[in-house]
Design a binder for this molecule. Structure first.
Ligand code: ZN
Length: 106
């Protein structure tokens, strides 16, 4: 069974509006090692914690990930921060274009 490779914000991290980048501060981030389904790199709890993170930069980072889950992306598309929502829309658009190209190649 593969394990989640995501960083998860700690309680302190979730109360820090301007948090450090994932993995740089042990008080704000810890590594998650939860079991995930094959093919997944992030568990549902980490995904939820990241898309609801108070720091806009963290949400924007998730919105730009190429392998962000569809579920997380849908939450970020409705993000109150316009920039986060725009990044999510861009990622969703790129993914749709890629999917279309793959269908064309088959
Ligand atoms: Zn996790």
């Amino acid at each position: 069974m593969p394990r989640c490779r995501s960083w998860r914000p700690t309680r302190v991290g979730l109360q820090t509006p301007q948090s450090s980048a994932p993995g740089t501060d042990r008080r704000q981030w810890r590594r998650c090692r939860a079991k995930v389904e094959p093919g997944q790199v992030r568990c549902a709890e980490c995904a939820r914690a990241l898309v609801e993170h108070p720091d806009v930069e963290v949400r924007r980072m998730v919105a730009m990930e190429v392998d962000v889950s569809r579920q997380a992306l849908e939450v970020l598309l409705c993000d109150p921060d316009a920039l986060v929502a725009a990044c999510a829309a861009q990622t969703a658009g790129a993914r749709d274009a890629e999917g279309g190209a793959r269908v064309g190649q088959d």
